[in-house]
Ligand binder design. Structure first.
Ligand code: NAD
Length: 438
């Protein structure tokens, strides 16, 4: 199939490269000139495992190209995916301005176009958005009728950053909500060569599945943190507890990791958006409101533990290892590290930081901290060390590395250090190998 993708970020690029790998002809559209240039030269504008390698392959064999020209990209294809941002507005609701603009532009491109075209919303949008915002903008731009003159689908994306391509190419399920049967059939056909069950729904149900799934995953993390904070006070390793809990087939072991809490461009904004939508409809989503609150407070618990163990932070050097909201990603959007560094600075600490991929992004938000070339330089002469992302590199750290520190406070907010290699470290929700209770 000939596919255009409007918005070439983490989701759009993974979708484009994934469909190109499956043999389709893909045109990626973005408004950022630098991104388009990089993609066309086979260079990935984001860090994701295998992205650069696959991108080089599909650009090289002519299966994928990028452009800033939306109109011809849509006119020359049969299917258009929308994967522009849906960020959080000040009141917590989703900002739909990007998606509305993209839909209107796509509509204009459909105006004089022959053949049956399907527009697919892949961005995460609150239930009712495809019907209430996207379809009116497409119809206004095109002067055509959705569902008869062109098809409309909602195909939420469930990929995880750090394994975006793997998740895209091997999804647990594909959800296709459609306005019209014909459009839904075209998109189901596109996923024919994916080894995944396909669930067909209406538009609103597909939109809600994405929010319900993300909200439940975020709830599991806040739940794990709440239980973890109790475990910590009793000297219990919450990871041993959650291992026992997760062995229950009704629960599953995933997303029960306590620590610094969730971040990223999805969970925080998606939970906030569904809370806002619920309130708008007269519901009070108490569980989900507290999922956000527990997550926010967990960041202060991390900073507070470090401060307490270091006996105050005024003038002390704190080495922060890990800035990205998760390993194998350069994404720092809503990362716990942002708030924790701000809080540590507020308590008078001097911060040195290291992350294998995310330092350039963090420099814009925290320009006044020092960024080091590797973990060893970051730790050097530090009074305290805090680990915020479970990068594999940090698993290899040993007492020899930490002997470069001036002090001896080592706190991990992600379970990463090897107790065989490092003596005397402590977890935020688990004893570490110090065995101390909070
Ligand atoms: P992103 O910010 O990484 O990428 C969005 C891209 O859209 C940017 O490159 C931006 O320049 C481009 N853009 C904005 N307006 C445009 C326009 N009018 N025309 C063309 N390009 C335009 O965002 P993302 O992380 O890929 O997320 C996109 C959507 O997918 C969001 O709704 C998000 O919630 C959802 N989602 C994200 C993830 C994830 O892990 N990142 C996973 C599932 C779903």
């Amino acid at each position: 199939m000939r596919i255009s993708i409007v918005g070439t970020g983490y989701v759009g690029l993974s979708t484009g490269v994934g469909f190109a790998k499956k043999g389709n002809d893909v045109t990626c559209v973005d408004i950022v000139k630098g991104k388009v240039g990089k993609i066309n030269s086979g260079e990935s504008p984001i860090y994701e495992p295998f992205m650069e390698e696959y991108l080089r392959e599909v650009v090289g064999n002519g299966k994928l190209k990028a452009t800033m020209e939306l109109l011809p990209a849509v006119s020359d294809t049969d299917i258009t995916f929308i994967s522009v941002p849906t960020p959080q507005s000040e009141d917590g609701s989703a900002d739909l301005s990007y998606i509305e603009r993209a839909a209107r532009d796509i509509g204009r491109a459909l105006k004089g176009k022959g053949g049956f075209h399907v527009v697919v919303v892949k961005s995460t949008v609150v239930p009712g958005t495809t019907e209430g915002t996207v379809i009116p903008a497409l119809e206004e731009g095109s002067g055509k009728k959705a569902g008869t003159d062109f098809g409309v689908c909602m195909n939420p994306e469930f990929l995880r950053e750090g394994r975006a391509l793997e998740d895209f190419l091997k999804p647990d399920r594909v959800v296709i909500g459609s306005l019209d049967e014909r459009g839904g059939d075209v998109i189901a056909g596109l996923y024919d060569n994916f080894d995944a069950p396909i669930l067909r729904t209406d538009l609103k149900t597909a939109e809600m599945i994405k929010y319900a799934a993300n909200s439940l995953l975020a709830t599991k993390i806040s739940f794990a943190n709440e239980v973890g904070n109790i475990c910590k006070r009793m000297g219990i390793d919450t990871y041993d507890v959650m291992k026992g809990v997760g062995m229950d087939s009704r629960i599953s072991p995933s997303f029960l990791d306590s620590g610094a809490g969730f971040g990223g461009s999805c969970f925080p904004k998606d939970v906030a958006a569904i809370v806002a939508k619920g309130k708008e409809l007269g519901c009070e989503p108490r569980i989900l409101s507290n999922v956000i609150k527990v997550n926010r407070e967990q960041r202060s618990i991390v900073a507070g533990l470090l401060e307490e163990r270091a006996g105050g932070l005024e003038g002390k050097k704190v080495a922060v290892l890990g800035l990205a909201f998760k390993p194998e990603s350069d994404d720092i959007r809503e990362a716990p590290s942002i708030d924790i560094i701000r809080e540590l600075k507020g308590k008078g600490a001097r911060i040195s930081a290291y992350d294998p991929q995310a330092m350039e992004n963090m420099r814009e938000l925290h320009p006044d901290i020092s960024y080091e070339d590797d973990a060893a330089s970051c730790i050097n002469d530090a009074d305290a060390c805090l680990i915020l992302t479970e990068w594999n590199d940090f698993k290899a750290l040993s007492d020899t590395d930490f002997s470069r520190m001036k002090g001896n406070v080592i706190i991990e907010a992600r379970k990463v250090l090897d107790p065989e290699k490092v003596k005397g470290f402590e977890g935020v929700c688990w004893p570490g190998n110090l065995g101390v209770e909070a």
